[in-house]
Design a binder for this molecule. Structure first.
Ligand code: 45D
Length: 166
C-alpha cells in the first residue's frame, strides 16, 4: 500500500475509500468534529436536500441497538445489501450527506452508538485527514458528497434478491 502524494480531491477520495471500514468511520467522525460547527443545514429550497427523508431514515436507525447501528454504518460503507442500505441508495447525494451529518449529531447525543474516546486514526488516515483540512470548504463539501454517494446499495442497479426479499 503506497500513500497517495496527490493533493487533488480525486486522490484524496481514493485514499479515503481504500482505508479499512472502521478507519473510514473514524476519519469521517474526526471530520465531523473538525467542521461540524461550520455546517448549517440548508435553508428550505436552497438545495436539493430532503431533510424529512433523511430524518425518516435516521428514525429507523434510532430504533436499532448500538451494535446494530455500528453494523449498519459499516454495511453502508461496504455496500452490503439490506433494507436500509437500499433506502439509503435511493436518496439524493446531498440528502445522503445530511443523513451522515445527522448520524454524527446523534452520536453526540448518545442516541447513536458513541465514538470510543480512545480510538485513533492510523498514519494513513491521519495523513488524509490533514489533506482534507487543507481543502477549501466548497471542495470539502464536494469531496464528502462524492464519498457518501456510492455507499449503500442503489436499488435501481442491483437486482431483486429472492432469498432476502430485498
Ligand atoms: O467501538 O443541508 C469504530 C450542505 C470502531 C448543504 C466505532 C450540507 C470501534 C445542504 C468504527 C471507531 C451540502 C452544505 C465504534 C447540508 C467502535 C445541507 C464507530 C452539508 C463504535 C447539511 C464509529 C453537509 C462510528 C455536510 C459509528 C458538510 C463513526 C455534512 C461514525 C458533513 C461517524 C457530514 C460518522 C459529516 C461521521 C458526517 C457518522 C462530516 C459523520 C460525518
Amino acid at each position: 500500500m503506497t500513500f497517495t502524494q496527490s493533493n487533488t480531491a480525486t486522490g484524496i477520495l481514493q485514499t479515503m475509500q481504500s482505508l479499512a471500514t472502521d478507519q473510514q468511520l473514524a476519519l469521517f467522525w474526526f471530520i465531523y468534529k473538525e467542521m461540524g460547527h461550520a455546517i448549517t443545514p440548508a435553508a428550505p429550497g436552497a438545495s436539493t436536500v430532503s431533510p424529512m427523508i433523511a430524518e425518516g431514515l435516521l428514525n429507523q436507525v434510532l430504533e436499532l441497538s448500538h451494535d446494530e447501528q455500528l453494523q449498519l454504518q459499516r454495511d453502508l460503507i461496504e455496500r452490503k445489501n439490506s433494507l436500509i442500505a437500499r433506502e439509503y441508495g435511493a436518496l439524493g447525494d446531498t440528502t445522503k450527506l445530511l443523513f451522515w451529518y445527522r448520524l454524527s449529531q446523534e452520536m453526540d447525543t448518545g442516541r447513536v452508538v458513541p465514538f470510543p474516546a480512545d480510538y485513533e486514526l492510523n498514519p494513513q488516515g491521519q495523513q488524509v485527514f490533514e489533506q482534507i483540512k487543507g481543502l477549501e470548504f466548497a471542495e470539502q463539501i464536494t469531496l464528502f458528497r462524492d464519498y457518501v454517494s456510492p455507499m449503500g446499495v442503489d436499488p435501481n442497479a442491483v437486482p431483486h434478491d429472492p432469498e432476502t426479499g430485498l
